[in-house]
Design a protein around this ligand. Structure first.
Ligand code: ADP
Length: 446
């Protein structure tokens, strides 16, 4: 069963509040009862003191207790039983037991006090009452009023609490409802939506920013994907039209199939298959974010092997590749991913540098990390394009890169790989002058 957040919050707040009120009520009630009993004990002690004092003053060995009528009135008003005996135990004066409030719940208590005058015991007074309830109507009324006030306070607190609970629950759940609506819009493909929620709650603001960032990223990716599709369509259409036109000319006898024309068709087919191969690169992007296959190896050795492989390729384009590498750089990392980073950067330096120019590679041992810097004197990247070159499917100059067959995904993969290896990549470039790509990677990925 699924419960709405607002209901769940109201229910939880209420539960906590009711528990707090019940607890508070019991504690206050207990404290009140305790204080009231202490007050009654004090009052009782005072009363007994007053009675014994009065008896002592009015006690006469021959006449008995003088003015006992007044003491009787006192006993009646306070619900007491008073008996005065002489030293031989003969009752001198006594009130009626009818004065006791027998309807109360406490036990009947009877206490004896000696009447002492000039260090001589002259008699004994017995005072009887029912527990602490030998209090007067005012005392009882006060006790009831306090209890009533406590109950009223609890009810009012509960009522105010319910209002606060509903307000709080709404306050917490309203942004979440809005977030759900936004997520729903995004699911339906509306990437123009944006989170306008501004809250004083830090987490809600963070979530709002994250949603806006997510929408922007999705929109960007969507735009890049659309651009890729149109690029691919464009790339495919040109060679296809050439092949179609040539074959039609052969078919209708407009042209004779010469070696030169068949070769031109063949070149277009090769271009097509190269393009399809490049599209596979998109898959590599997913792989770049996958787990690392860690091993310990001599990076200098690996770098030299890659260098030899590329040196040949560069020479074919009449380009020079120079390596300056520190010796014995031992590292613990993912060899294949690291090699892929260098291969991607060397391929780009090769693709975007004109014939006859040189490319230099610097490899330096830093204490806990190492640096690979690849510097070309190629076509460079404009300052407008520079911030975007690591983005998926981004190609600085579309017309220019149709020639290289680039998909604009190589650097995205490279950056993902470097991040996965715990490193950083950055680029400095000037249009027409060349580019410098620098990668710093920790020596150990363990
Ligand atoms: P591509 O497959 O198009 O080469 P990349 O992601 O590797 O894709 O590169 C993105 C863009 O960055 C390229 O299209 C190119 O414009 C630019 N770029 C990358 N490396 C270099 C470089 N060494 N010199 C000049 N431009 C470069």
């Amino acid at each position: 069963m699924q419960i709405k957040l607002v209901n769940k919050l109201v229910f939880s707040f209420l539960l906590v509040m009711i528990f707090a009120i019940i607890l508070g009520f019991h504690i206050s009630n207990y404290a009140m009862k305790k204080n009231f009993e202490d007050y009654l004990i004090d009052k009782n002690d005072n009363m007994i003191e007053v009675i014994t004092e009065a008896l002592l003053t009015n006690y006469d060995t021959d006449e008995g207790v003088l003015y006992f009528r007044d003491i009787k009135l006192l006993a009646k008003s306070q619900g007491l039983y008073i008996k005065v005996e002489d030293v031989d135990g003969v009752i001198i004066s006594e009130t009626s037991k009818d004065y006791l409030r027998i309807e109360n719940t406490y036990d009947y208590i009877e206490e004896n006090y000696d009447l002492v005058k000039n260090d001589h015991k002259i008699g004994v007074v017995t005072i009887g009452y029912y527990g602490f309830d030998n209090c007067d109507t005012l005392d009882l009324e006060m006790k009831d009023t306090i209890r009533e006030v406590l109950v009223q306070t609890a009810v009012v607190t509960l009522f105010i609490g319910i209002i606060i609970c509903i307000f709080l629950a709404r306050h917490i759940s309203t942004p979440l409802i809005r977030f759900t609506q936004i997520a729903d819009e995004i699911r339906k493909g509306n990437l123009k939506v944006c989170s306008d929620i501004k809250s004083s709650t830090y987490e809600i603001n963070q979530l709002s920013n994250a949603i806006n960032y997510l929408v922007k990223t999705l929109e960007n990716e969507d735009m890049l994907r659309k651009r890729l599709t149109s690029d691919i369509a464009h790339e495919i259409r040109t060679p296809l039209t050439t092949i179609q036109n040539t074959l039609e000319a052969f078919l209708y006898g407009v042209w004779k199939p010469s070696e030169e024309r068949i070769r031109s068709c063949y070149e277009e087919v090769r271009r097509l298959s190269k393009l399809v191969d490049k599209l596979k690169d998109i898959e590599k992007l997913e792989e770049a974010n996958m787990f690392l296959n860690i091993s310990k190896f001599n990076f200098t050795e690996e770098m030299k092997q890659i260098y030899l492989l590329f040196k040949k390729q560069y020479e074919n384009k009449n380009m020079d590749l120079v390596l300056h590498c520190d010796e014995e750089i031992m590292i613990t990392s993912d060899k294949d991913k690291l090699k892929q980073v260098i291969i991607n950067l060397l391929n780009n330096a090769y693709n975007y540098t004109n014939e006859g120019k040189s490319v230099e590679v610097f490899v330096n041992d830093l204490e806990d990390s190492f640096r690979i810097a690849i510097e070309d004197r190629g076509i460079g990247i404009s300052s407008e394009d520079l911030p975007f070159i690591f983005e998926r499917f981004y190609r600085a100059d579309e017309a220019r890169h149709r020639k290289t067959g680039g998909t604009g995904i190589g650097l995205t993969i490279t950056k993902a790989l470097v991040n996965n290896l715990g490193g950083k990549i950055n680029v400095k470039s000037q249009l027409g002058k060349g580019s410098l790509f620098t990668v710093i990677i920790p020596k150990s990925n363990e």
